[in-house]
Design a protein around this ligand. Structure first.
Ligand code: ATP
Length: 603
């Protein structure tokens, strides 16, 4: 949401103007489809808005009678009766207002509840590509701000349009009933006097926006320089003075803007109070002239009613003048949300997918070509066969495409041409959840969410017993480490929990995959050098696993390469050499080079 909040921000920014969506019938129909389930509540809301707006106006109309019949007529009884009636009407309209607020927010919350759930479910289905190509912040903004925007529209915009229109109509009817000339005058005065206020508001808004940008800039500087790595960079490059100067000048810019902003606010209020007080004066003057010079059929009470109604009209007129802004923003919110809903999940299951009863774990790549973006092919004619129970190791320079190959097996991406087969079935024909449950991937970047170690492990198998958990952790060589922690398996990890080393995280992640008990294990070895102890612990964890199931290793260390039944050397997305270590080393090619440069060193 642009700075200043929705309340005061009655003007569109240039960006918003440029991106204003086209309002089409299908768009409106789609918006109404979200309102449709709540039509009865909507009707109730509309009726209560109508009643409360009219009741709210009524005491203003009664002021005429209070003046004429009560005060000028010198009747205490009439005066008290009218005051009590006005008071009751006010209470009535306010009580209905409370109810209307409840029903409004009930509808808005239910609509956004539906939308948020629908959006979250949709996002969970989106492919890996979607998340790598879209900024996480943008995705979260859709979930939070855009959907909250929709809620605002329903609670504020819709109801305020309606109550404003009703208030205005009721005020005008009441005014024309008293005196057509004064009513017409009021009709002209209100928008005319609202214009200067609007202009001042626009200036104030642009200053607020500038001040907000300056504040963002300062926050950016603070975030960067005061972060752990930022301050280190500053120290190591002796940049304290430069950073200080940068901060000082932004800070100076901000205080100047803050002063201007505050003054603009004062001017704005001044204009508002001055111009709104002109209105009543004009009505008194015109009323006085009509009454005294032209003997018009007009009482003091009538003029009081006119003035009272006039001051009730400014708010609604101001609001309605910027309805266009609210409308465009609302449409933009809806369009942005619908854009997401319309994105088809790239990796989708076929109709009636195959869910085999038995599983072996054979994997076959048939002349696979693949690219992330059309302009650069990553995998070229990858063709190999991995029989169940065997182990293949992929080696090759960084960026050659090893992780990409394994990503195609659990369908994180789909091939451009050729095919990937699992147990003789094209992976695209298989039931996606079945396929993913049979493929366990321990990736380089292990992700543990905030929670206990046990919670993280249970993610793989929510109904696992403690025995199963211990067993998996023992196999992954992490059990001893976990029970040494004060809270054992209940130790918290993640952002606010225990800081785990890369090796410990990898071992927990191996245990997590083991609990899932997949028939194929893929192990993407971390490129960053782990210390020898971590390395050995991981190594001795994966060796027996490889013995017992089909596995693929992306190897950066010789010890890992040596346990494989076959080694494939990947370079520029192609398999350039394949065979056993002893044979490959004799070729004197890419493998030999890797061996000399990398494996020997990390042996
Ligand atoms: P490493 O040994 O460093 O892990 P790798 O051999 O596993 O490397 P990949 O991760 O498969 O290499 O990457 C192959 C190429 O694809 C790289 O050039 C990389 O920049 C590119 N790439 C990887 N992921 C994406 C992505 N999501 N979108 C676009 N390009 C990508």
């Amino acid at each position: 949401m642009p700075p200043g909040g929705r309340g005061m921000n009655r003007f569109l920014s240039d960006e918003e103007k440029a991106q204003a969506p086209k309002v089409t019938w299908p768009l409106l129909k789609r918006i109404f489809s979200y309102l449709a389930p709540y039509r009865f509540q909507l009707i109730l809301a509309l009726v209560s808005i109508g009643i409360s707006s009219v009741l709210d106006m009524y005491p203003s109309i009664l002021t005429g009678k209070i003046v004429d019949d009560g005060l000028i007529g010198r009747s205490m009884e009439v005066l008290i009766r009218l005051i009590i009636i006005s008071f009751l009407l006010k209470i009535g309209s306010n009580l209905i207002g409370v109810f209307q607020n409840y029903i409004n927010s009930w509808i808005a919350q239910h609509i956004t509840f539906d939308m948020r759930n629908q959006m979250f479910r949709h996002l969970l289905k989106m492919s890996n590509r979607f998340f790598t190509e879209n900024n996480q912040g943008d995705i979260i903004t859709r979930m939070t701000d855009d959907i909250s925007g929709v809620q605002q529209i329903i609670t504020n915009t819709f109801s305020s349009i309606l109550s404003n229109v009703i208030t205005l109509i009721a005020a005008l009817v009441a005014m024309y009933n008293r005196n057509a000339i004064l009513a017409t005058l009021a009709l002209l005065i209100v928008p005319l006097l609202s214009l200067p206020t609007r202009m001042a508001g626009k200036k104030r808004w642009s200053l607020t926006k500038e001040a907000q940008e300056a504040r963002d800039e300062i926050n950016g500087i603070l975030n960067e320089t005061l972060s752990v790595s930022g301050q280190l960079l500053v120290k190591l490059f002796n940049a304290e003075e430069t950073e200080y100067e940068k901060y000082r000048s932004s800070n100076e810019k901000m205080i100047n803007l803050n002063i201007k902003e505050s003054m603009a606010g004062r001017w704005f209020r001044m204009m508002m109070t001055t111009f709104t007080s002109f209105g009543p004066m004009l009505i008194y003057l015109a009323g006085g002239i009509l009454m005294m010079r032209y003997n018009a059929d007009l009482t003091v009470g009538d003029i009081t009613v006119m003035v009272s109604l006039l001051s009730r009209m400014y708010g609604p007129v101001n609001s309605l003048m910027s309805i266009g802004v609210d409308w465009i923003r609302s449409m933009a919110n809806f369009t942005r949300i619908f854009d997401y809903f319309d994105m088809k999940p790239e990796i989708a299951e076929k109709e009636n997918p195959i869910r085999p009863d038995t599983v072996k774990g054979d994997i076959k790549f048939n002349h696979v070509n693949f690219s992330y973006n059309p302009d650069r092919q990553i995998l070229k004619d990858i063709d190999f066969n991995l029989e169940s129970g065997k182990c293949i190791a992929f080696v090759g320079p960084s960026g050659s495409g090893k992780s990409t190959i394994v990503n195609l097996i659990p369908r994180l991406y789909d091939v451009d041409s050729g095919s990937v087969e699992f147990d003789g079935y094209d992976v695209r024909d298989l039931d996606l959840s079945w396929l993913r449950s049979e493929v366990g991937l321990v990736s380089q970047e292990t992700y543990l969410f905030s929670g206990s170690i046990k919670d993280n492990l249970l993610y793989a198998k929510p109904d696992a017993t403690m025995e199963e958990i211990y067993d998996a952790c023992k196999k992954a060589n992490i059990h001893d480490f976990i029970i040494e922690q004060p809270e054992g398996y209940d130790t918290l990890v993640g952002n606010r929990g225990l800081k785990l080393s890369g090796g410990e995280k990898q071992r927990i992640s191996i245990a997590r995959v083991l609990l899932k008990d997949p028939s194929v294990m893929i192990f993407d070895e971390a490129t960053s050098a782990l210390d020898t102890i971590s390395e050995d612990l991981i190594q001795s964890a994966i060796e027996p696993l490889i013995e017992e199931r089909t596995s693929i290793l992306i190897a950066h260390r010789l010890s890992t390469v040596l346990i494989a039944d076959e080694i494939m050397v990947i370079k520029d997305g192609m398999i350039v050499e394949r065979g056993k270590h002893e044979d490959l080393i004799k070729l004197n090619g890419v493998y030999t080079e890797l061996y000399e440069k990398q494996f020997k060193r990390l042996k």
